[in-house]
Ligand binder design. Structure first.
Ligand code: FES
Length: 108
């Protein structure tokens, strides 16, 4: 059994060279909201859920992006309600939020 039941990583990469990046698309707001939701629900900790920051995950064209393990499900999101759906449906119930899944063809 893994240390965390589910582990979600948010790319918060900020580029200063003018290239597009997740930080320019409210990635931090999504991360903060997810972290707060998981904590408020009492889901944070060993055997449960961990929410982590990440650097560039090399799928910038779909940004902002996040990935959930152990399923390896990649998401793109727009606002807090998208994050709520990922928390309620995937992190809690283990069901993929199909409408937010990042298409496999999306890369850098
Ligand atoms: S900047 Fe977020 S995936 Fe590259």
């Amino acid at each position: 059994m893994s240390y965390y039941q589910r582990h979600i990583f948010f790319c918060l990469n900020q580029r200063i060279n003018g290239e597009d990046c997740c930080a320019d698309h409210n990635a931090k707001e999504g991360f903060d909201h997810c972290k707060a939701r998981v904590k408020d629900a009492g889901l944070a900790g060993p055997g449960q859920v961990r929410v982590n920051k990440a650097g560039c995950l090399d799928r910038c064209a779909g940004g902002p992006v996040a990935v959930v393990y152990p399923e390896g499900t990649w998401y793109t999101f727009v606002d807090k309600s998208d994050i709520d759906e990922i928390v309620d449906q995937h992190l809690i119930k283990g069901e993929v939020v199909e409408r937010l899944v990042l298409p496999p063809s999306v890369g850098r």
